[in-house]
Design a binder for this molecule. Structure first.
Ligand SMILES: [Zn+2]
Ligand SMILES: [Zn+2]
Length: 642
């Protein structure tokens, strides 16, 4: 067992605490959250007053996982998985015991240098009548003085932290944003009846230089990495009332301290990945890749963190899937595999690394030993599937990009200028999204692949990608709610369908009535489209029927809808626009049908459905409900999908 966890448990057991087992990473009976993210979370009912079967003094080490930190992993201190050491007083002891015990643990048991410790306390809240926490500060002052350290008190409310800085202080008072705990955050956000209270944090000073990116001056709550918070004692002493706060009859202590952080402080290393629970994984990666941690720290940190978390999620029964916890596990494995590419590890990553993780925990957590083989197997399979996905995606990426060149070369006349470019059609965000959404091909890989092959990306690929993503999200929300009968959710989807239907109708009108038909105006709502066009006489019922038939035929053919950016002069030769529209040097052209053999090409900003078949979803047909005169020489049709 890592020394520090063991010492902590034994120390608090010697102070009358009962050790309790960790709760799983997937919370039981709590639909509001996917993962156990703090030591307090599984004990909240007891902190709110329910008696705990093990009594009033508890100690544990809670495994925690925070998916929201996934993208921050890579620096020297963020991890998604960690253990939180916790000791709890359920209406028993309070500040006078808690602060000296934690101090004794840090200084005498772990052996931290007292001069490297700094503490924070709550500055008080006038509006709700909660006083400044001088009680805690006085206890700290005494503890520091026993080590011959003068502990100057400094107030840093609001933004004064970076403005005023350390000022040779040792005990720092901050406002509620830093030193107040409640389920709802600061006192003003709390509901009547909610418990909360001030907290007091201990920081370890690594003595690294301050980075002015994080503010002018350094102070304990600065994010530059010089100070690391290694423990927080929450004194849950108040209940919110209509007028302010009242004291709880028997207040609680809720202490949480990151095991990995305390271990890093014990090593006096600001790099958390140097500790005994992470270093063996890093060393395994060095061996596997033949590369040095110092030169590849980001990739090795991400892989170590993610696979450690993945093993633990597996131990707690999560399997890779496309939703909820399973999706998070899948992301962890995929990200690890991706980062392993940078190290040149192209196979058997999980097979080689997961056992190292399991070995680190098997001795202390029998459940890890028990599920070891199963978890390694599940993760390895997920890795294999993903590698296959990557290979498929790569093949499709190459095919798609070459196909686009081919189609343009064969299907359309292109000018000499275009031919000189390596890649005449820039890769659009929509295509990157399609690869990602349909084939699971990561965006980063599309970008890398494009770069490797000297292909040009559309200037606005990011926007296009995000737009496609949000459309997709809207679509799946609508689908999952079964909402097709009106209401806000399907509004834009109906409009999008009718917009594409309008392009079909425009082309069909030209086919039936003649090329003199030019768009003169349009208006689309969720219910119907209105289209004005130049034509000298009434459109006959027979002609209307022909137009409807053509449009419905094209819907049945389920033609692809795509767009390209083109030179305006070139686009106008083959694409239709609206009467009187002014265009810049480049325009967006929407094509319905295969490029080079299209049914309709129109200068337009979109958005459109991806395939014409979507217009007919729910067995709908295009119908012209009305045909009338709009103005001299201009006719108007109103059409619906029914
Ligand atoms: Zn700083
Ligand atoms: Zn349009």
């Amino acid at each position: 067992m890592p020394e520090i966890r063991k010492k902590y448990m034994e120390f608090f057991e010697s102070k009358g605490h009962k050790p309790i087992p960790r709760a799983g990473l997937v919370p039981q009976n709590d639909p509001t959250t996917l993962f156990t993210g703090s030591g307090m979370q599984p004990l909240i009912l007891y902190l709110l007053g329910q008696p705990h079967p093990e009594g009033k003094r508890l100690v544990d080490s809670q495994t925690c996982f925070r998916a929201e930190d996934m993208d921050d992993v890579g620096d020297n201190r963020h991890t998604t998985f960690f253990e939180m050491l916790g000791n709890w007083s359920l209406g028993d002891y309070f500040k006078a015991e808690q602060l000296p015990w934690f101090w004794e643990f840090l200084v005498d048991q772990v052996g931290l240098e007292p001069s490297k410790l700094y503490v924070t306390c709550f500055i008080g809240d006038e509006s709700t009548g909660v006083p400044k926490d001088t009680e805690s500060a006085d206890i700290w002052k005494k503890l520091f003085s026993e080590k011959a350290i003068e502990a100057k008190e400094i107030e840093l409310p609001g933004e004064e932290g970076s403005g005023k800085g350390m000022q040779e202080g040792r005990i720092f008072y901050y406002d509620a944003r830093y030193n107040w705990w409640s389920r709802m955050g600061v006192p003003a956000n709390m509901a009547e009846g909610e418990p909360g209270g001030p907290d007091s944090e201990v920081f370890y000073d690594f003595g690294t230089p301050h980075d002015e990116k994080f503010g002018k001056n350094c102070h304990p709550n600065c994010d530059c990495g010089r100070f690391l918070e290694i423990g927080n004692s929450v004194f849950m002493a108040y209940k919110k009332t209509a007028t302010g706060f009242e004291k709880l009859p028997s207040p609680n202590v809720d202490f949480g301290g990151g095991l990995e952080r305390i271990a890093a402080a014990a090593l006096n290393s600001p790099d958390i990945f140097e500790i005994s629970l992470l270093k063996p994984i890093i060393e395994g990666l060095e061996k596997l890749s033949g590369k040095k941690y110092a030169e590849h720290s980001e990739s090795m940190r991400v892989i170590s963190d993610h696979l450690r978390a993945a093993v633990w999620l597996g131990v707690d029964g999560v399997t890779p899937s496309n939703k909820e916890q399973g999706y998070v596990l899948r992301r962890l494995v995929r990200r690890a595999v991706r980062f392993a590419f940078d190290l040149g590890i192209e196979q058997d990553l999980c097979q080689r690394v997961a056992p190292i993780v399991a070995d680190l925990y098997s001795g202390d957590y029998p459940e890890v030993a028990k599920h070891r083989e199963l978890v390694i197997d599940v993760l390895s399979k997920e890795e294999k599937t993903f590698r296959q996905t990557l290979r498929n995606g790569l093949a499709i990426f190459r095919k798609l990009t070459h196909m686009e060149i081919g189609q343009i070369e064969h299907g359309q006349k292109i000018n000499v200028e275009h031919q000189k470019l390596d890649f005449p059609v820039p890769i659009s965000g929509k295509m990157i999204f399609m690869l990602y959404d349909t084939y699971g091909f990561p965006v980063e890989l599309s970008l890398e692949e494009a770069k490797k092959n000297g292909m040009q990306l559309s200037d606005t690929w990011k926007n296009e990608f995000e737009k496609a993503m949000s459309e997709q999200r809207k679509k799946s929300q609508t689908a999952s709610q079964g909402m097709f009968k009106g209401g806000l959710a399907d509004h834009s989807e109906e409009v999008t369908k009718l917009h594409t239907a309008m392009h079909l109708a425009y082309r069909a009108l030209k086919n039936v009535l003649g090329e003199h038909v030019i768009q003169r105006g349009s208006n689309i709502t969720a219910e119907r489209l209105r289209f004005d066009f130049s034509h000298p006489q009434k459109v006959t019922p027979d002609q209307i029927k022909q137009v409807e038939d053509i449009v419905n035929q094209k819907i049945t053919e389920d033609l692809p809808v795509s767009w390209q950016e083109e030179d305006t002069a070139e686009a106008l030769k083959s694409a239709s626009g609206a009467f009187g529209d002014k265009y810049g040097p480049k325009v967006k052209v929407y094509t319905i049908g295969e490029l080079g053999n299209s049914f309709s090409r129109e200068i337009c900003g979109g958005p459109h459905v991806e395939r014409t078949g979507q217009i007919g979803e729910g067995d709908k047909k295009f119908k012209i409900a009305k045909e009338e005169a709009s103005s001299a020489g201009v006719r108007r049709i109103k059409a619906i999908l029914e």
